[in-house]
Design a protein around this ligand. Structure first.
Ligand SMILES: Nc1ncnc2c1ncn2[C@@H]1O[C@H](COP(=O)(O)OP(=O)(O)OP(=O)(O)O)[C@@H](O)[C@H]1O
Ligand SMILES: [Mg+2]
Length: 231
């Protein structure tokens, strides 16, 4: 069983201005996210990378096909159960970092663990250690409005790692970072896969980062083409 399995996914969107007309973004696309491996998806802007990642994380539903998370079909769950499954198994780093604006960096990072019922003291300790690891020890008590774009992105990465997820879904996690911070984040994510046996599904424009991953796919013409594979 794979941590995430996409089976024959097709995704269509309504083109709002054109009445009922639909555009097909993904067509009959299948992908296994393999335990203990990193997988990168590259592709042009607008090719459907974020759409694919949202579907893989159960945040959006496919028009056709199935998505399994730890063997459970997302389509069989109601919204609450789907959120629970996500909270337990998946850490999501979004293209837009989506932090809670009224909460500090530390509180944002602690949130997923508090939601899953862990003790506040343990949550705080892990959150502080993650924030330190990403060089944010002096920014823990700042609200997102007082942080730079790169700092916000690093907070979002800490939050995604908070519950020690089996799978990390990351949409351009280094897009807003300078070279030094980008390299730190790349190494952190790849280390989590190597040392802790997690899985990473990454979307990036950064070819160098992509090809450090075990598997690389190019998303083109609504489907995935394998560019590099571990096996
Ligand atoms: N909710 C939506 N309704 C209609 N069209 C959408 C919707 N979401 C995305 N699209 C369209 O689907 C296509 C793929 O979008 P997506 O955001 O997945 O691209 P992407 O590969 O992540 O691009 P980028 O590299 O710029 O982030 C785009 O043409 C976009 O306009
Ligand atoms: Mg995108």
């Amino acid at each position: 069983m794979h941590p995430i399995e996409l089976q024959s996914i097709t995704k269509r969107f309504k083109a709002a201005e054109k009445g009922e007309e639909e555009i097909t973004i993904l067509q009959d696309l299948s992908l296994n996210v393999i335990q203990g491996q990193s997988t990168a998806i590259i592709g042009r802007s607008g090719s459907g990378k974020s759409t694919l990642l949202h579907i893989a994380g159960g945040l959006d539903s496919p028009s056709e096909g199935k998505v399994f998370c730890s063997g459970i079909d997302f389509a069989t769950l109601d919204d609450r159960k789907r959120s629970e499954l996500r909270n337990l198994h998946i850490g999501f780093i979004f293209q837009a970092n989506l932090l809670l604006e009224d909460f500090t960096a530390l509180e944002n990072v602690m949130a997923p663990a508090l939601i899953s019922g862990k003790k506040a003291k343990d949550c705080r300790e892990r959150a502080v250690s993650l924030l330190r690891r990403l060089g944010l020890e002096d920014r823990m008590n700042h609200v997102p409005g007082k942080l730079s774009g790169g700092e916000k992105q690093r907070v979002a990465i800490c939050r995604a790692l908070m519950n020690e997820p089996e799978v990390i879904l990351a949409d351009e996690p280094t897009g807003a970072l300078d070279e030094e911070n980008a390299t730190d984040v790349e190494n952190l994510l790849l280390d989590l896969v190597k040392e802790e046996g997690r899985s990473l599904l990454l979307v990036t424009h950064n070819q160098e980062f992509a090809f450090k991953c075990d598997n690389v796919y190019l998303l083109k013409n609504r489907t995935l083409n394998l560019e590099k594979s571990l096996s």
